[in-house]
Design a protein around this ligand. Sequence first.
Ligand code: SF4
Length: 233
Amino acid sequence: MNSDPEAGSLTLPEKAKFVFAQLNALFGRPEWTGGGDPVDELIGTILSANTNDVNSSRAFDQLKTAFGEDWEAVRTAPLEAIKAAIRPAGMYNQKAPHIVAALTRLRELEGCYNLDHLATMEVGEALAYLTAFPGVGHKTASIVLLFCFNRGAFPVDTHIQRISQRLGIGGRTDAAEKIKRIWESLMPPETYYPLHLNLIRHGREICQARAPKCEICPLQPVCDYYNRHGAWA
Ligand code: SF4
């Protein structure tokens, strides 16, 4: 646990840097070593909504296996066959048409199933391009850009939203998209990949939704929640 007496009087940019440094010290700094295929990431992220990694991975693998790793075969398949393949991910009645609509739009725009051009597109343009796909919000779009290309887009999921609200990086009721913009204004793009992964790990292991383990948390000195209420009761 960090007990820096100065930490409680930091400015917001200093607080963000403190959080980044403390999480790197606690968990190590994950480095981006190359990304997967962006179309795979896009479809995988649509499948991951409101479920855990195990279920969404199983659904993704079943989808690829059922249609021979061929996105054209998925796009033109009967909706019921897609729903059956992705059933482990849950919400398959919504996710199957979203996948078909996303593949259809990609095919119409690019004539193929390829998103490699995002590597060089300006980040704001790339986010606008991706969020125009059906079922793709700022989190999915940022995940594709960050994980596949290490581009400067910071994805905010429920863990990061909750931790940021508790820390006071963002207001207590701020939406995920606003918190994304705040982090992006406070930290440089090269920090987004390790910061994103370490905040999620922090949310899973320490700053959990129902019973955060404040007593072992190195972010205590800068946490608005902790400094108002003390450890979680
Ligand atoms: S002190 Fe508690 S509420 Fe604050 S970030 Fe740490 S675990 Fe979360």
